[in-house]
Every structure is written in C-alpha cells, then in structure tokens.
Design a protein around this ligand. Structure first.
Ligand code: NAP
Length: 307
C-alpha cells in the first residue's frame, strides 16, 4: 500500500515528488509515456526563477527528478492504464500491474493537439512533428512550415530558422494569441514568412510516406494553393491527459480537471497539479508551485487520517 502515487513526471509531478519525499511519504512516480513532460521538449527556459542565464528544459526537469530521488522518491516507467477511484484504497493499473494507494496526485499534464487531417496523422514521424526541439535538426537547409498563432508556434518558428532555409508560419486568423515579445521576434526574423488567415487543407505526400508540401487556403481571399515544404510542425496547443479518469474526476468540457479549491479534485484524497488542471498559466514555475501544493495537501490529508 502506497501513501501517495504521483501520476506524471513533468515539473508538477517531480516537484510534488520532492515535497512528498521530504515528508517521508516515499512517493511512487509513474513517469508517463512522455517522461519529463513538456519541459523535456523545450530548449532554453529563461523565465524559471533562479537561473539568470536560463536553463535547458530537459536539464531542469531532470534536476528536479534527481532531487526527488535523493529524498527517496521512486520512479516507474509507463502509464496508468486504468484507475479505480470509486473507493479507498484507490487502485491504479500501471502497465498491467495494480497498485493500491491512499492518495493520488494527478500531474499527467497535456499532450500536443493535432489538426486532425488524415494526411497529417499518416505522416507523423515522416515529416510531420509536434516537437521542433526533437526534430528540427532533420530539416537543415530545408523548407519548414509551422502551424499556430500562440507562443509555442512563435518559439518553434524562431527556433527552426536555425535549421531551415525558410520557415512559413501559418495561422488561421489575422490576430495572434502569442505574447507581443514573442511575436515581435518572429516578425523581426527575416527567415520567417507569415501566412495569416490561412488554414491547411491537406499535407502531401502520403503515397511517398514523406512530407513534400501542403495545400493551403486563405479564408479571406478564398485562394487555395500548394506550398512545397519538407518539415511540417504543428504547434496549436495541448489536450489534458485525463481520459483514464473520465467519469471519476470532474473535468470541464475540454478535459481539464475542475479544481475544488487548492489542489483538491472532487474525489477526496485525489489531488491535481500542473497543466492537467491549468489552462490559464501553463508555465513551468506555476506547475512546480502546483506540485508543491498537491504534495502538502496529500500530506495533511494523510496526517488527518492518522498515517
Ligand atoms: P495556445 O496559446 O493555446 O495557442 C494555440 C494556437 O493554435 C492559437 O493561435 C490557435 O488559434 C491555434 N489553433 C488551435 N487549434 C487550431 C486548429 N485546429 N487549427 C489551426 N490553428 C489552431 O497554445 P500554445 O502556443 O501552445 O501556448 C500554451 C501556453 O504556453 C500559453 O500560456 C503560452 O504563453 C505558454 N508558452 C510560453 C512560452 C514562453 O514564454 N517561452 C513558449 C510556449 C508556450 P486561435 O488563436 O485562432 O485560437
């Protein structure tokens, strides 16, 4: 019987693990298929307090993990496949093995959103990617396209100009959701070509198992054309990883956990941390803070029960 199982090993889960481990709760962290969370897919993080020169995302999240392990947190690879939160102890199926636990911290984060085009799905890993940091390297001196109008799209477009000969940034509206500073950087980058009011209709070429271009449509002018491109990066936001808790933990229509105050979910003894609940701030530092809150709540919950 575990005191606490933490689901997710991003900034939220790892920070929860540091706090829970230092409270002697010997937490078990289920890493998830995207171990390290979104930070493991970023490059330099310049806004995490305490690092005046910035720190690499993967290093940051790995450091927090080491810190948690130093205090006795245990990590297990894989995903939670099923969860029974209907009675205590809670039961979690981790890659086929059931684990019982008195409390759960859900820090399973959010995964990349896709456009949903059949051609996109078929070409994932063959020129279609959701991670510039992971795959940008393959497109040296090639033509790259980035989809999206938020900070992620700006960041990816800028980053990809290190590799590509040209980066076309395609956004479905005129106005950008991105912060001004990120947008200004993109506008000032001569290698980025902005295509606004533009949607993607299809990605070529499924028959070659390789991205060769995209059919674009300008929703204002009505023009449709084919743009040759080698790398296609989708940066249109994320979907919270809550499918496994559906019908048990209350979420909003998009699947984000509905907080019941602090780090509490509607299920007593189950707490939330990070992007799985937060659709507003979604920062490394807010996720870390949320992980701390969840661990403190779990600790107090267990203490009140005499554990
Ligand atoms: P986001 O802010 O939600 O932006 C998603 C973008 O994708 C929007 O422009 C949206 O268009 C577009 N989009 C969504 N669905 C689409 C679809 N089906 N087809 C075409 N376009 C679609 O997501 P994000 O950029 O990933 O950022 C998430 C959070 O992380 C934000 O809080 C952001 O500030 C933060 N972030 C910060 C940094 C940094 O500071 N270094 C870097 C990355 C992210 P509409 O605008 O038309 O809805």
């Amino acid at each position: 019987m575990r005191n606490v199982v933490i689901i997710g090993s991003g900034c939220a889960g790892n920070t929860a693990a540091v706090y829970a481990a230092r409270a002697n709760l010997k937490p078990l962290v289920v890493s998830g298929h995207e171990a390290g969370g979104q930070l493991s897919l970023t490059t330099l993080v310049e806004n995490f307090p305490g690092f005046p020169e910035g720190i690499n995302g993967p290093d940051l999240v790995e450091n927090i993990k080491k810190q948690a392990e130093h205090f006795g947190a245990e990590y297990v690879h894989g995903n939670v496949l099923e969860a029974d939160l209907s009675q205590r102890p809670f039961r979690l199926n981790v890659e086929g093995e059931w684990t019982e636990t008195r409390t759960v911290i859900v820090a399973s984060g959010a995964s990349a959103r896709w456009l949903g085009l059949p051609s996109e799905q078929k070409l994932i890993g063959h020129g279609v990617s959701s991670c510039a940091t992971c795959d940008g390297f393959f497109y040296r001196n090639k033509k790259i396209m980035v989809i999206g109008g938020g900070d992620s799209a700006m960041e990816e477009a800028n980053f990809l100009t290190r590799f590509g000969q040209e980066v076309a940034l395609v956004h479905r509206r005129e106005e950008f959701r991105a912060s001004k500073i990120m947008l200004d950087r993109v506008r000032a980058n001569p290698k980025v070509k902005l295509l606004t009011n533009t949607v993607v209709e299809e990605i070529f070429d499924v028959s070659k198992d390789l991205v060769t271009g995209a059919r674009l449509h300008n929703v204002k002018t009505g023009q449709t054309w084919d743009e040759p491109v080698d790398g296609f990066f989708v940066a249109i936001g994320h979907i919270p990883n809550t499918a496994v808790f559906q019908g048990q933990i209350l979420t909003d229509a998009d699947g984000y956990i509905l907080s019941q105050g602090g780090a509490r979910t509607n299920v007593k003894g189950v707490f939330h941390a990070g992007d799985v609940q937060d659709r507003t701030y979604r920062q490394a530092i807010t996720a870390a803070g949320a992980g701390c809150m969840a661990a403190i709540e779990a600790e107090r919950f267990l203490e009140a029960e005499g554990h």
